[in-house]
Design a binder for this molecule. Structure first.
Ligand SMILES: Nc1ncnc2c1ncn2[C@@H]1O[C@H](COP(=O)(O)OP(=O)(O)OP(=O)(O)O)[C@@H](O)[C@H]1O
Length: 516
């Protein structure tokens, strides 16, 4: 469930009431950025970054600049404003002087595709200063992942002994890890040599989504593991572990400099979203240290500046017709179509197939599909082999695909947060883009109220030529009839599969009973 999004003029949490306004920052050319490592400047230029966006300049000031990371950083800034580099760059710069390799920065994201995307951003700058970036998302087998993340000691003369027998400390092969919560927990609980003991930076991207689900209690586990205090170290020493031969980060509980019993050196946290939660009970899970909010303007929710919103009003049963007419009209432009569920994504894709030759290539993308299928579809969309992606909300958050010009809400988003994240797949990085929403008459009022929460009062009706819809009617009728057949046969197949599975499980049970 999305949290209640009733507008609250004053946030409950006092520290949220006096934020740093990102809108007061200008783009900052790299040459003017104080303290930027020249190797990073070169790496940034190679990927086409010649200046920092306002949110990046603001975060730089609070981390590398005078702010010096004294406080945990909470960023609420629009989709496509460049939040990834806003945290990646300061972390890489701060770790660029490290002497020994161990896991010092952890970035946690809700989905595998998002984690892959963020890893690529780190990988484009971190190697320039000798840092290594790892990925823990379950894309490869756990064994492969472990061999990427943990450095195995090499022995002379090819003799391979169990490192435990030699009391050799296994070491991290990465300085920065980008992970999804599930795989992170797998490594925490089972991977030998995987430790968060030296962690200095924790980034929770898409924070409101991450705090909405417990994801196997990854957050309390990480916080607990990074709060190793004197007592734990003392216990470790008593239990015979030699602290002085191994690399150990000593964290102490302290009251100095306002740390109020928090461990020091503390784990520095950065949380980010385009729709950052203001819910104290959710934020309290992060145990933030003297948090500082960076946000854009006065409004809690903000849409990208160059985004234009339109609505198309039609009867429910005519929605596919309007969609095809609109897609034909936008033909040649990269479009993302959002539906309300994985089932309706599938049905709509099947229906579009029955429209015959359409002047655009489309594909389905949803949580119903296997990850490998989704990844292939996504790269086809990125490469321009696919023009239109029909998607469930699997694609809503964070995904950055260059050249998406239009987002179409085939089903009205239920919350303003959903609208913001869906619409935010276009009009990124200062580019322009359009978001169209198909509405039934009885949805119009609710939709208008919803957009007002993001200060949007100018969502006009999109003028779609009536004849473009009329011309499609015969095709639509035959496509609908074919869809009906497919749906019936898929339902029969599901019932049969369920029946066979039940039969098989009964047979297995019977066999087991006979064997007993
Ligand atoms: N300083 C920069 N110069 C040029 N392009 C940039 C810069 N910073 C980021 N970009 C580009 O802007 C796009 C959006 O960046 P990013 O994905 O970090 O946005 P975001 O704020 O995290 O969005 P969302 O809230 O949707 O996750 C990316 O394509 C990125 O490569």
């Amino acid at each position: 469930m999305e949290e209640d999004t009733k507008p609250k003029s004053v946030p409950v949490l006092p520290w949220m009431r006096s934020p740093v306004d990102i809108d007061h920052f200008d783009e900052c050319p790299l040459g003017l950025l104080p303290c930027l490592d020249p190797r990073l400047e070169d790496a940034l230029k190679k990927i086409g970054v010649h200046s920092l966006f306002p949110v990046q300049a603001a975060v730089w000031q609070e981390t590398i600049g005078p702010g010096a990371f004294e406080r945990d950083i909470c960023v609420n800034s629009p989709t496509g404003s460049g939040k990834t580099l806003a945290y990646a760059l300061p972390i890489v710069q701060l770790l660029s002087t490290r002497k020994v390799r161990c896991l010092r920065a952890l970035v946690v994201l809700p989905t595998r595709d998002l984690a892959l995307q963020v890893k690529q951003v780190f990988a484009s700058i971190a190697p320039s200063v000798g840092l290594s970036v790892g990925l823990a998302v379950g894309q490869s087998s756990i064994a492969d992942e472990i061999s990427e993340l943990i450095k195995r000691p090499k022995y002379d003369m090819g003799v391979s002994l169990d490192p435990e027998d030699l009391h050799v400390e296994l070491q991290s092969a990465v300085d920065i890890l980008v992970a999804t919560p599930g795989r992170l927990m797998d490594h925490i609980t089972t991977t030998k040599g995987f430790t968060l003991e030296h962690l200095c930076y924790l980034v929770v991207d898409e924070t409101d989504r991450m705090l909405r689900e417990a994801y196997q209690s990854w957050l309390p586990t990480v916080l607990q593991l990074t709060c190793l205090n004197d007592q734990a170290i003392f216990n470790q020493a008593r239990s015979g572990l030699n602290l002085f031969n191994s690399l150990t980060t000593l964290r102490r509980s302290g009251v100095e400099r306002g740390f109020k019993g928090k461990t020091y050196p503390r784990l520095v946290k950065m949380i980010l979203s385009a729709t950052l939660t203001q819910d104290p009970s959710k934020l309290s899970q992060l145990a933030l240290h003297h948090p500082l909010l960076l946000t854009s303007g006065d409004s809690r929710y903000k849409l990208p500046e160059k985004l234009k919103s339109y609505k198309l009003i039609c009867e429910s049963k005519l929605k596919p017709l309007y969609l095809v007419a609109l897609l034909q009209h936008l033909s040649g432009e990269k479009c993302l179509v959002f539906t309300s569920s994985v089932e309706s994504t599938h049905r709509l894709s099947v229906l579009l197939n029955f429209f015959g030759e359409l002047p655009f290539k489309f594909s389905e993308y949803s949580g119903l599909q296997r990850q490998s299928v989704r990844s292939k579809t996504l790269s086809g969309f990125r490469d321009g082999e696919i023009d239109v992606l029909v998607s469930s909300d699997a694609m809503t958050r964070g995904m950055d695909v260059e050249g998406v010009r239009n987002v179409i809400n085939y089903d009205m988003p239920p919350y303003i947060k959903t609208y913001i994240h869906r619409a935010g797949r276009t009009a990124r990085a200062g580019q322009s883009g359009c978001c169209f929403t198909l509405l039934r008459k009885n949805e119009v009022k609710r939709f208008k109220k919803m957009l007002q929460k993001a200060n949007n009062n100018s969502c006009g009706v999109y003028p779609l030529a009536a004849e473009s819809i009329e011309n499609l009617r015969p095709l639509y009728s035959s496509a609908l009839a074919k869809l009906k057949e497919v749906v019936q046969s898929e339902t029969r197949r599901k019932v049969n599969t369920g029946f066979n599975r039940r039969k098989a499980s009964k047979r297995k049970k019977d066999t087991n009973t006979m064997q007993e």
